[in-house]
Design a protein around this ligand. Structure first.
Ligand SMILES: [Fe+2]
Ligand SMILES: [Fe+2]
Length: 219
């Protein structure tokens, strides 16, 4: 597939949904190398602030997701659901590694709340896993839906500002958004909704995610 066609399809896919074109959007990121930064040097203080906020909150989200899956594995690692959770965790490790790299390359300060997300993420993962496989999956659905919506709003912002300038960053965010949607779908496929009190738990977790996103951009 030609690169231009592929890019056009990827741009379209972020508007219409990920399922059809996930594989298409994986192409550009796989070609990303360390030869250049994923983020352009900021033109002014305003752009610097915007990019740093985006990178800081994304790094915090991936860090928190890693801690949630660590908490789930501490409880369910030896169960039949263990390999499934491990598979999602392995992808989160790659996401976090990428944002660690981007933060270092661009001298972006991580959120000061990492020690808090370390504990809060683990406790959330472990406590929902104590409700059983369905609890862990309900937590996954709630968190992954919040993260993918958050990535979608960043994609919209960057597309409105300058899609050419932010191509590399957009490719990374789109790929990770698609992975988060896969995790969300996995949770649904593995009985998240059969947890008693599913909607209550989901809403409570998503309220927490919104608060986490708000403060991690700023602190
Ligand atoms: Fe992730
Ligand atoms: Fe995820």
């Amino acid at each position: 597939m030609q690169r231009a066609t592929q890019t056009a399809l990827c741009n379209w896919s972020q508007l219409v949904g990920p399922a059809m074109l996930r594989q298409c959007c994986r192409g550009p990121l796989q070609r990303t190398s360390r030869a250049y930064s994923a983020v352009p040097p900021p033109r002014d203080a305003e752009e610097k602030e915007m990019l740093h906020q985006i990178l800081r909150v994304d790094h915090a989200g991936e860090y928190g997701a890693n801690r949630i899956y660590a908490g789930q594995m501490a409880v369910l690692g030896r169960s039949r659901t263990g390999p499934l959770i491990q598979e999602m965790w392995d992808q989160e490790k790659k996401h976090l590694e990428k944002f660690n790299e981007i933060l270092a390359d661009n001298r972006v300060r991580p959120t000061a709340l990492l020690p808090f997300w370390n504990v809060a993420g683990f406790v959330l993962g472990a406590s929902t896993a104590l409700l059983g496989k369905e609890g862990a999956m309900a937590c996954t659905v709630a968190v992954e839906e919040s993260i993918s919506e958050h990535y979608n709003s960043q994609i919209r912002t960057l597309m409105e500002k300058d899609p050419e300038r932010y191509t590399e960053l957009l490719n990374i965010i789109k790929e990770f958004r698609d992975d988060e949607l896969d995790h969300h779908d996995t949770g649904l496929e593995h009985d998240a909704e059969s947890l008693p009190g599913y909607w209550l738990l989901k809403n409570a977790i998503q309220l927490g995610c919104k608060a986490a996103i708000y403060v991690s951009q700023r602190v």
